[in-house]
Structure formats: C-alpha cells, structure tokens
Design a protein around this ligand. Sequence first.
Ligand code: GDP
Ligand code: MG
Length: 171
Amino acid sequence: MSTTQEIKLCLLGDTCVGKTSVVQRFVLDSFKPGTETTIGASFMSKTLLVDGKSYRFQIWDTAGQEKYRSLAPMYYRGASAAIIMYDITKEETFKSLKSWIKELKERGPKNIVIAIAGNKNDLEDEREVTTSEAAEYCSQLGAIFTETSALTAIGVNELFTNISQQLPGQR
Ligand code: GDP
Ligand code: MG
C-alpha cells in the first residue's frame, strides 16, 4: 500500500462567498442553508484518492477573521495549498481576489499551490462574473480555476482533485 500525502490547505476570500459551505460539502457531503460563521473547529480533514494515490487534506477554515482582510501567520504556516474563493453573483468578491493573492504572496509559504474557486454557480440568474473572464484571469496568474456550488456539489471534488494533481512531485 502506498502512503498518504498530508496536505495543509487554507481558505481565503471575502466573507459569505461560501468557504465554510464548500468545505462542508467536501468533507461531510452536506449543505446547510443559512449563515453559519463557524463549523466549530479550526480545521476539518478528508482523504481523497486521486490516480491511485491517497491525499489527506487538512483544511483550515476561518471563523470570520477574513472580514479584517488579514489572517494569523499560523493560518498559513506549513500550508501547501490555498483556495481563494469568490462568489460568481458578487463582482466585488471577484475584485477582492487581487488583495487576497497579495496577502498570500506576502505572508504565505513560497510555492504554495493556488486554486481560485468561483462559488454559487447554481445561481446562474444572478451571475455577475462570467466563466471566461475568471478563467482568463486565473490562467494569467498560473492558478487553478474551478467553478463550484456547495448547494449542488458541482465542481467541489474536481477542485480538490485539481489541487492534488498540481502538488509538487505529482508530475
Ligand atoms: P463563508 O463566510 O465564506 O464561510 O460563507 P458561508 O459558507 O457561511 O456561506 C454564506 C452563505 O451563502 C450561506 O447562507 C450559505 O448557505 C450560502 N451559500 C454557500 N455556498 C452556496 C452555494 O454554492 N450556492 C448557494 N445558492 N448558496 C450558497
Ligand atoms: Mg465561514
């Protein structure tokens, strides 16, 4: 049997974009509507099998500190991947990506794998950010891009699978 690779992953992005909900969908495969500021733990973990390899994600979620646009250094320490999330129905959360990327580059570990997730893609009628403009922006940054929905589960496993495949030593 092969070993499990441990991955510390941290979540960034404006408040209410759905960070906690996407983690709950990934880890527990459930969706609880309504605002839940915290899931009661600083991190949750889940093991994912990708191409016959096992990855144990230790996911660090915020408990609302993202409102201050800055997170504690321990939040980033030892992280090998980060998800920066925006809400496809709120353009200002897409505009905020720039400052989250800056924060991560200044305070996060070097060579951290960055994935950008456009969440709430079930709300097509309220969309303010097109898939193509977001994909273009991410490719210029060299970041992974996935649209997700914590409600329908679309894109959630793909997001974590894509991250696994970009980790050092995978290709
Ligand atoms: P966080 O502050 O980034 O952790 O965001 P939350 O996970 O607390 O979600 C904020 C609000 O958006 C809650 O009311 C969620 O139920 C809702 N929400 C989160 N993800 C989705 C989604 O994919 N689709 C829809 N329709 N609502 C979502
Ligand atoms: Mg949250």
